[in-house]
Design a protein around this ligand. Structure first.
Ligand SMILES: Nc1nc2c(c(=O)[nH]1)N[C@H]1C(S)=C(S)[C@@H](COP(=O)(O)OP(=O)(O)OC[C@H]3O[C@@H](n4cnc5c(N)ncnc54)[C@H](O)[C@@H]3O)O[C@H]1N2
Ligand code: MOO
Length: 419
């Protein structure tokens, strides 16, 4: 079998973005295996199975206020009642003596025979007697067994990205551990003889490697377990060695060396090791020189070297791949309005870094810097990437703009909805 799929690079402009994404996502056949983790460490993990309530909550009829439990049947306004009995939270259910009031504290089981609670602010207490004001309605200030959650209710769907909300409810159920997908393991390999790590002195022509730290940080935020390899020099043998040493990975990511220059060795190294490519050039800007395929048991994505191109490839290809491995959905896009205008050549999907802000109830997206996939400053204030489809030749201020937020979940959605 030819290791290179037909139409790998599409036309001169590359494979259409949507087609490339479909091909790349198809590289993941099934989600990663499940494992159990304590709920204390399940935040950011994906539920591998549905979780149902094993307890009804509240587990018993209980007082919602500090006050007096009474029986409303035959109770008159302004009645005087003797206080007999007392129940506090954590104690077992007591009994209401007929014709009396039972002292009760919030969260305590309502005594047998009582059907409501009067808040202590609403009674006059004189010695062992209380005078009620208005006679309460049956059920007043009571929390009924099961009114919040019924045993058997579906609490967490399979594929849910877990966070503090699920931790809270699972804890209330007494559930200590939850089944989640194993974290995707990702190896990140930067290549380029110009690259130096932080702390290393730059000689003429050299730069610090920013892609590997960028990718590592993004990948961790997206739930992956990441290992970085030392920077690989621009030669095929070193790249082959680096790829060979990444067998731990579910996903191998390379940065740079995927374009057409004579120093670009990623593709040849991959193919020499028996890997295959499903995509080599994508009709997107930035990020056109992007390769993806398989090597051994791992999925491979070769990102371009320019930082904004590597970012665009990571957000549009790597994040959905991770979501698929973890058996969840990638975060949704946001419907914003463009705070800018631009004219452009059609033929490639384009991704522009944008900062988001709310004006009234609308989310507005402003560009955070000028064009240039090598620029880093525009990333500092970007919340996501604005997406212009391949056929769109212009955008005017106020036009709708779809935005891919950078986060693992769509943090902005809730804020916008609540505004
Ligand atoms: N003749 C052509 N030249 C280029 C094309 C093309 O189609 N024809 N495509 C351009 C585009 S678009 C991009 S993007 C780059 C991608 O090339 P590579 O992925 O092979 O990357 P390099 O050429 O090695 O590097 C590009 C650029 O990025 C800098 N870089 C690389 N790694 C890092 C890193 N880890 N941290 C920070 N910056 C990095 C590198 O120094 C270069 O400036 O190719 C264009 N050329
Ligand atoms: O991917 Mo390149 O950076 O399109 O410009």
């Amino acid at each position: 079998m030819n290791a290179i799929s037909p139409g790998l690079a599409g036309s001169g402009a590359g494979i259409a973005f949507e087609e490339a994404r479909a091909r790349v996502l198809a590289l993941v056949e099934r989600p990663l295996p499940a494992e159990e983790v304590p709920i204390d460490s399940c935040t950011g993990r994906v539920a591998a199975a549905p979780v149902r309530a094993r307890l009804s909550l509240p587990g018993f009829d209980q007082a919602a206020m500090d006050g007096y439990a009474v029986c409303t049947s035959g109770l008159r306004p302004d009645a005087w009642l003797p206080v007999a009995g007392r129940t506090t939270a954590g104690e077992a259910q007591g009994w209401l003596l007929p014709g009396s009031a039972h002292r009760i504290l919030t969260g305590a089981p309502v005594p047998v025979g009582a059907d409501s609670v009067i808040a202590q602010e609403d009674v006059l207490q004189v010695g062992v007697m209380v005078r009620i004001g208005m006679a309460p309605d049956a059920g007043a200030h009571l929390r009924r067994r099961g009114e919040d959650i019924h045993a058997g209710d579906l609490l967490v769907r399979e594929g849910t990205l877990l966070d503090w909300r699920h931790v809270t409810v699972l804890a209330a159920q007494g559930i200590e551990a939850v089944g989640v997908r194993r974290r995707p393991r990702v190896v990140v390999i930067s290549s380029g003889r110009e690259l130096r790590r932080g702390g290393e002195t730059l000689r003429p022509g050299q730069i610090h490697d920013s892609n590997q730290p960028m990718l590592r940080s993004l990948l961790q935020a997206w739930g992956a377990e990441v290992r970085a390899r030392p920077v690989v020099a621009d030669d095929a043998a070193s790249m082959r060695d680096a790829l060979c040493s990444a067998s731990w990975a579910d996903l191998i990511l390379t940065s740079a060396g995927i374009s057409v220059g004579e120093e670009d060795h990623v593709r040849d190294a991959l193919l020499a090791l028996g890997g295959s490519l499903a995509v080599l050039k994508v009709a997107m800007k930035p990020g056109k020189p992007l390769g993806a395929g398989r090597i051994g048991d791992a999925v491979f994505v070769g990102l371009p070297g320019n930082p904004q191109a590597a970012l665009a490839g990571a957000v549009t290809f790597v994040r959905p791949l991770l979501a698929r491995m973890a058996g969840t959905e990638e975060p949704g896009t946001l419907a914003a309005r463009a705070g800018f205008g631009m004219r452009r050549k059609t033929g490639r999907a384009e991704f522009v870094p944008v900062g988001l802000s709310l004006r009234g109830t609308d989310l507005w997206a402003e560009r955070t810097g000028p064009d240039g996939s090598g620029r880093l400053a525009p990333l500092l204030h970007a919340d996501g990437l604005g997406f212009l489809p391949a056929g769109q030749d212009a955008i005017e201020p106020g036009d709708p703009l779809e935005v891919l937020p950078f986060g693992a979940g769509a943090a902005w959605v809730g804020e916008a909805a609540g505004a």
